[in-house]
Design a protein around this ligand. Structure first.
Ligand code: C5P
Length: 227
């Protein structure tokens, strides 16, 4: 069977990565979490203390970008790849509310996008990839054969993220998670470079009242029709 490229975009916490992982597994494709890459660059910046003042610290981050090495390594027992920042597995550290609070301004830096988009395009050059993010169907793979755009209400998405953070042992308040979800929606869709928007040829999918299994089945069936 011919391999295709599957681009999944949408607002934060719409379950893009869960769906992308399930699809990749079912089709025998590689899954790439592009958000993890923006989060890892943000973690790098935070560790260097560059966030007293985002505006002032941007030049320092841009200058240090060549030192940022990102790599995905497949974890057999988990069944998906984890992200490594300069050789260190940072899969857990990049998911905190602190990183979520800074990732949108970092993602709006053109030099950061330029570097990460080039890596993403390389990873997908042989097709057989499911990538999720904000600009996959519009910028990274505008010719992807299958493009999905996921939505759900901010409250439902914040509830999902809140549960996830609590399960990971983070002490967070629901109001703060909801505020972060709303803020990232706004920043991601209003930035100048590659704003989050539905590609014209993407299929919109609201999964607000849908269980994971139903969502997967519907989209898997759909993808088989495209392939
Ligand atoms: O997907 P996730 O919520 O982990 O992404 C974290 C952040 O990374 C987003 O809020 C967005 O600012 C940025 N991002 C992006 N472009 C992508 C993927 C993520 O700007 N393709």
């Amino acid at each position: 069977m011919e391999k295709i490229t599957i681009a999944i975009d949408g607002y934060s916490s719409t379950g893009k990565s869960t769906l992308a992982k399930q699809l990749a597994k079912a089709l025998g494709y590689v899954y790439v979490d592009s958000g993890a890459m923006y989060r890892a660059v943000t973690l790098f910046a935070l560790r260097n203390g560059w966030f007293g003042n985002v505006e002032e610290d941007i030049p320092a981050l841009i200058q240090a970008l060549p030192e940022v090495e990102l790599e995905f390594r497949y974890n057999d027992s988990l069944g998906f790849s984890e992200i490594f920042l300069n050789g260190e597995n940072v899969e857990k550290q990049i998911r905190t509310l602190e990183v979520s609070g800074y990732v949108s301004p970092v993602s709006a830096i053109p030099e950061v996008r330029h570097k990460l988009v080039a890596i993403q395009q390389k990873m997908g050059e042989n097709k057989g990839v499911v990538m999720d993010g904000r600009d996959i169907g519009t910028v990274v793979f505008p010719n992807a054969e299958l493009k999905l755009f996921m939505t759900a209400s901010p409250e439902i998405r914040a509830q999902r993220r809140y549960k996830e953070l609590l399960e990971r042992g983070e002490e967070v308040r629901f109001e703060d998670v909801l505020a972060n979800v709303r803020e990232r929606d706004y920043l991601d869709s209003h930035r100048e470079i590659s704003p989050l928007k539905k590609a014209e040829d993407a299929v919109e999918f609201d999964n607000g009242d849908m269980g994971l299994e139903e969502q997967f089945e519907r989209i898997h069936d759909y993808s088989l029709r495209v392939i």
